[in-house]
Design a protein around this ligand. Structure first.
Ligand SMILES: N[C@@H](CCC[C@H](N)C(=O)O)C(=O)O
Length: 289
């Protein structure tokens, strides 16, 4: 009988993940293995993988082990590595709670973008402290077909280009990554958000994610959108001295983002574990041949 590898499936506003608990970092989770797991026809299916590892057991997280016991080793659906995943961190915290590894309240999680504090409420949503946005200088343009828009470069640990558009349909089918120029603004690739207004401090977005394609939600993207919208609306908390809260509708649900005058950003939304199972290790090994 072949070896089995435990997995779970979870999502946050329908940004879905294959969760692979591997406390001692014993699995060789190569890019090809991640892509095979995320394949929606031949694999389990997901926008990415949440590899759950003890910080002390992972070379990229060892230095954070004193602050956060668990490291979110996040991978995009194509197997590439990303610095941060906002929805993933809520689902990661939900998994830790589900597995009895943490209780409700505040939990520190190590990520490639540093240690994040996640608050698990008694019932319902999870809030994560996302840290501060960086807004690199320089004009950026996003194009789809004949249309193009000026965009805001926002870094939430990972890179985003936020374009305000008249109609979300103008983003097209998003089967391929929309060109962003100049390419030099994003040497490591970029996540692209298209945004429309829904009401006061209420927007809706679609996203094309680096390494995953169009997804039903992107947490870091929603934060980037809230930051860009606040600058556009003259509601920059650092200038007004008051927090700015935006409701961001995504195709898979709703996220609420607050930026405080000190620049700290909090994101609140759901996180759900939907299934548990076992991966056939022989199948996974064959996918790599
Ligand atoms: N869906 C995520 C972002 C995942 C990483 C992104 N695709 C990248 O490469 O930066 C989120 O919820 O933030």
């Amino acid at each position: 009988m072949s070896t089995r590898i435990a997995f779970l499936k979870g999502h946050g506003t329908e940004n879905d993940f294959v969760i692979v608990p591997d406390p001692e970092n014993a699995l060789d989770l190569s890019p090809a293995a991640v892509a095979a797991l995320c394949d929606r026809r031949a694999g389990i299916g997901g926008d990415g993988v949440l590899h759950v590892v003890r910080s002390a057991a992972h070379p990229e997280a060892r230095a954070m082990a004193g602050e956060a016991e668990w490291f979110m080793d996040y991978r995009n659906g194509d197997g590439s590595i990303a610095e941060m995943c906002g929805n993933g961190s809520r689902v990661f915290a939900r998994y830790l709670q589900h597995a009895g590894l943490v209780s409700e309240g505040d939990v520190a999680i190590a990520t490639r973008a540093g240690v994040k504090t996640v608050h698990i409420a008694k019932n319902g949503d999870i809030t994560i402290g996302m840290g501060r946005a960086r807004l690199p200088e320089g004009d950026v343009t996003v194009a789809v077909g004949e249309r193009s828009w000026p965009a805001r470069n926002v870094n939430m640990g990972n890179p985003h280009a936020v374009a305000f558009v008249a109609d979300l349909a103008h983003a097209g089918d998003l089967r391929t990554a929309p060109p962003v120029s100049p390419a030099s603004a994003y040497p490591d690739g970029v996540n692209v958000e298209f945004v429309v207004d829904r009401g006061p401090r209420h927007v809706a977005m679609r996203v094309h994610e680096r390494g995953s394609g169009e997804t039903r939600s992107c947490g870091t993207g929603a934060c980037a959108v809230a930051v860009a919208a606040a600058r556009r609306d003259g509601a920059d908390p650092a200038v007004t001295g008051t927090p700015a809260t935006y409701t961001v509708d995504v195709p898979g649900g709703r996220l609420v983002i607050t930026e405080r005058p000190d620049g700290e950003i909090e994101m609140t939304g759901p996180a759900v574990i939907v299934a548990e199972g076992e991966i056939d290790a022989d199948w996974l090994a064959q996918t790599l041949d």
